[in-house]
Design a protein around this ligand. Sequence first.
Ligand code: DGJ
Length: 719
Amino acid sequence: MSIKFIEERNLFVIQTNNTEYAFQIVHGRFPVHLYYGAKEGAEYEDYKSWVVSFAPYYREHHLSYVPDTAMLEYSGYDSGDYRASSLKIRNKNGDCATFVDYRSYRIFSGRLELPGLPYADADDKTETLELTLWDKLTKAEVKLYYTVFPEEDVISRYVAITNCSEDKMVIEKCMSLTLDLPTHDYDMISLHGRHYMERMYQRVPLHHGLQSIFSRRGASSHQHNPFFALCSHDANEEEGNVYGFNFVYSGSFADEVEVCQIGRTRIQVGLGEENFSWHLEGGETFISPEAVMTFTDHGIGQMSRNFHKFVRDHILPPEPFEKRPVVLNTWEACYFKIDEKEMLRFADTAAECGTDMLVMDDGWFGQRESDWLALGDWYESKEKFPNGLKAFIDKVKERGIKFGIWVEPEMISKASDLHDAHPDWCLHCKDRERMESRQQLVLDMGNPEVVQYLKDIFSKTFDGCAIDYFKWDMNRNISQAGSAILPPERQGEVYYRYMLGVYELYRWFKEKFPNAMIENCAGGGGRYDLGMMKYSTMIWTSDNTVPHHRIKIQYSSMLAYPAATMSCHVANHQNSCEDPRQLKYGWEIAMGGALGYELHLPNASNTVRETVKRQIEDYRKYESLILRGDYYSLLNPFETNYSAYYYTDGKDFLLSFLQCDVDTENEIILPIAKADPSAQYLETTTGKTYSGAELIAGISAFSSNSNCNSQIWHFVLLN
Ligand code: DGJ
């Protein structure tokens, strides 16, 4: 049993393999947090109030319970707690005072579904605590869910709010996770960025006041990834206390971290309040997306490994193929200039070089000659594919490779048949100018007619086509988020309804094309989140394929997401790929994740094509370590000029050393602490043998004045 209720102390205790979480019901009414940390040696006392002047209290309990300083499991707006609130409901009287008291609990094995939303799959060890809270005035019932994944040391949180009255209520803020910690002795690690430079690592100490990362863009965004961590100031890869948080959602969000007047820290993950409100009629229930948290006292690396395992085992869809395909994608090689003849040249070369799949990117449909045109017109261009899509795909398949195709279902070009027919199907505010980005508008995915149109047109166009893979793109953020089908008072629901429509279409794709895999993309990694990972096996990491920039982007992505999700191509935006040093460097970086190519291989020299073939053969030898092994980072490229890491399955090791920029010549020691000191290892690229003790002491790498210096070592256990 992972979850216990200890009646004498009114105490709930949740345990994972290595962590413990505890809270107590004070005065039979208030769920007060006591502890989240290591299981071993866990100790916590019953709640004692911390009295501060000016803080409101209940006359009945006087100063024995002070909401403004108590560590709370969930906090109502305007309820005497002045920290960022978890829940704000506007009631029929027009005020937003939100008081929810404990009512009952239920513990059960497994978990509940979150209708319409992505959520983590349960296994036979999963258990859930449902804690029911209740506002006796408004008759709002609030259920807090704690779902436990013991093996991964992960606990997930979400809430369900039911209006049990006959009056309308409006939810104006609803956070999925609230966690109060007793101190603020932490650094915050988060991943900021922009298009072309996603997920840049940042580590700063917490300060008094609110520090927040968020997206108001309708996508989880290039600018702030929903993942963040709080770690002790001395935490490094192997040591120190680390709390990690993430959100199983792909739209606008807010992660709030607030250090309060007495130095405690409130942590929240949820929809935030700027892009969200929800009308709840009598009898209706609103369910928030799921947030997840993990704790370890074994450093940042262990937090990452907890999340990696959790994503692999509970989030990602099943792998549709025996081997993850190494793809040849046409985008950087062709942009919009594609047609059947050219694509068949690509298919020939893809097969010759040993790639597993041709992915035909943007440009195949409607009048799509440039990014000004045709989004929404999802039928093949007759000029480019005179024999039709099916006949073309059959010819690709005759080459013995798989076939993937690009789509951007959520978008609409002004210059498209779809826009001519349905100008009001795009998000817009009544009577206002419609702002474009990349010359495109955004479809109102909260409108069931729009989603149905997309299902119909894709069914028709792809009927009989043997498609193995969709690259699902999304190339702008939402603005003027108005919907033609919602009444004025419900316009605040558009962002959330949009995501529900997107998820519905994702689920439809998965059902309609059960053998196909989806690669998610949002102008690169603009939706690199757990919501997307529920449906897409991997995510296009960034449109930036410049190798030394990729080192940093991939390092940061690996803090929260496993390598299996990280789509990495050797690519060069139509520049020459003939420099063998660059080809090796690009490959040694890209092979840190799911390898692919985006080069014009049909026009490349034989030498390049042979090199690519060899690279893919080598990648196949390391692939299972990369995609399924444990990841240990040795050097942080935001603190040094290098990234170094190894993957291991507990037996073999793949070690990488990647230099970011030109450097002086230095020896850098890379210790493989997980090697077995009494074992012997064969390094397969050189044929040299090493003892485990030598690996633990460290392998020598050398920095250099080259602008593409990198090396890999593959150690195979001999005895
Ligand atoms: C943005 C993506 O990130 C690129 O890889 C490519 O698919 C283009 N869109 C196509 O328009």
